[in-house]
Design a protein around this ligand. Structure first.
Ligand code: NAD
Length: 457
């Protein structure tokens, strides 16, 4: 088995220990193994060569085979959604270079947009020199809401509901003994009276630890079960009983620092310090302008949604939570950039990440299951930390390009093959048409059509 240089954790029956792996190949599989996410030159290979590189790096060949194209199939899809007539393929790529909480991590990303995987890998490489990303997650706590309308004396009813909290928690937990067995369950009840255009409403929140689940179904079931009790306690009518995607008790954070040197690029006459300061200025722009903040956050979600799609997690829930969180004090950026005392770019992100390693659709699609295996996380919290680190890497890689050479040159070079295909290039000419357009700095459909005509004459 291959051992590569890096800080690794060796799990054994006696416990786990940390280790700096020697830079050598060893066929003895009894000792600690580690993954080197660096995979230098990975982007240059063919898909088959990249799969072999994953196997060489120690990824289970079965996982790699499932990443190649594990099929849900139309019958499987029919169980996941409705009115199914087929399935849709997405490219799945591997972002390299990530070091997250001292562990090298290969990140699967499913996305149809050019440059996203490349930028995440580049961002992770910039952070690698200073130890990669450190993450912190507040816990897998979701909130379910129960809306009661037409409540006589709602402030009095609030106290009545809070007095009954222990019974309500017990009833909620009876709905999900498996979750309780795993150490989760409803932990608290909170009540708010809100003033609306339709009068005052009494909103009960169930605070639920959902452990390794995303928790949508789990908390909705609890909320529905409690509705008759809430009606009886308040004298009102219960209508909505559903989770809130503003999962502000399920926050994931990631930080990293970047040396100015790592920000430099040969193509632009700006020092690392100038690029660093321009990135902080870009953040300040987003902090004061929602037009900019929306695009700043889209850059973050490029990475996060791609990991959510790869792992069959509910990206709509994550999107809703992220933007609601960003809007709490006036819409703003989910990341922050500062200069630390050593002159490094200090980067941080904080947002709700509602994801699961069990439940939902996470175990239904073989490729998505393999993506979770590749990430090798032990819990939904650990997975949330990976999402945060990827969002941060994606964001500062994009900002670095925006404040220096601009994103179009790199993006259009990678997009050139798409343009060539769109212009009708036959399979054997796609690479050549794309390469010529990039060399001419004319990545456009009209030029692709001319080149196809020239090359097929
Ligand atoms: P689920 O019901 O499929 O699985 C969760 C259940 O798995 C738990 O209730 C528990 O009984 C069991 N379980 C087993 N091992 C567990 C462990 N280690 N930790 C926690 N639970 C464990 O799924 P879910 O996570 O409750 O719901 C996720 C689904 O809800 C997603 O598909 C999402 O799209 C959907 N959903 C989302 C929304 C929304 O975001 N607004 C609304 C409704 C439904």
């Amino acid at each position: 088995m291959k051992r590569l240089i890096g800080l690794c954790r060796w799990e054994s029956e006696a416990g786990s220990s940390w280790w700096f792996c020697p830079p050598k190949i060893n066929d003895d599989s009894s000792g600690p193994t580690c993954m080197d996410s660096r995979l230098s030159g990975f982007y240059k290979g063919s898909p088959a060569e990249r799969r072999q590189a994953l196997i060489d790096a120690g990824v289970d060949p079965e996982t790699v085979e499932s990443l190649r194209g594990g099929k849900l199939g139309v019958d499987g899809a029919d169980a996941v959604s409705e009115n199914v007539v087929g399935t849709l393929e997405y490219p799945i790529g591997i972002a390299t270079n990530f070091q997250i909480d001292s562990e090298d991590t290969l990140v699967p990303m499913a996305v149809e947009e050019t440059s996203v995987v490349a930028a995440a890998s580049f961002g992770a490489r910039m952070a690698r020199g200073t130890g990669g990303f450190t993450t912190d997650v507040s816990g897998p706590i979701m909130i379910a809401q129960i809306q009661a309308t037409d409540v006589p004396a709602p402030h009095h009813a609030k106290s009545t509901v809070l007095d009954a909290a222990d019974d309500l928690i017990e009833l909620a937990n009876e709905q999900d003994p498996v979750l309780v067995e795993h150490g989760g369950g409803c932990e608290d009840v909170q009540v708010r009276v809100i003033d609306t255009p339709r009068g005052e409403m009494l909103i009960t929140h169930l605070i639920v630890d959902v452990r390794d689940a995303m928790g949508g179904n789990a908390v909705n079931t609890m909320a529905e079960a409690l509705a008759p009790e809430i009606e009886e306690l308040t004298g009102g009518d219960v209508s909505l009983r559903i989770l809130s995607n503003l999962a502000d008790r399920r926050l994931a954070r990631a930080t990293c620092t970047i040396e100015p040197d790592a920000l430099e690029t040969e193509d632009v006459a700006l020092s690392g310090e100038e690029i660093r300061d321009r990135i902080v200025d870009a953040w300040a722009f987003a902090a004061c302008d929602p037009y900019r903040a929306a695009t700043h956050n889209k850059g973050i979600m490029n990475g996060i949604d791609a990991v959510a799609t790869a792992t069959f997690n509910d990206w709509r829930a994550i999107e809703a939570g992220a933007h609601a969180y960003a809007a709490q004090d006036g819409y703003g950026p989910l990341t922050t950039y500062e200069v630390d005392a050593d002159g490094r770019l200090a980067c941080s992100i904080e947002l709700p990440i509602q994801v699961g390693t069990v439940g939902g659709a996470t175990r239904l699609q073989p490729t998505a299951e393999a993506a979770l295996e590749l990430l090798d996380v032990d819990s939904a919290d650990e997975l949330a930390g990976v999402f945060a680190a990827v969002g941060l890497a994606q964001n500062f890689a994009g900002l670095r390009a925006l404040v220096s050479e601009g994103i179009q040159r790199g993006h259009m070079s990678l997009h050139a093959k798409n343009i060539a295909v769109q212009a009708g290039a036959p399979d054997d000419l796609v690479d050549e048409v794309a390469a010529r357009m990039v060399a001419e700095e004319a990545v456009r459909q009209d030029r692709a059509e001319e080149l196809i005509d020239e090359l097929t004459e």
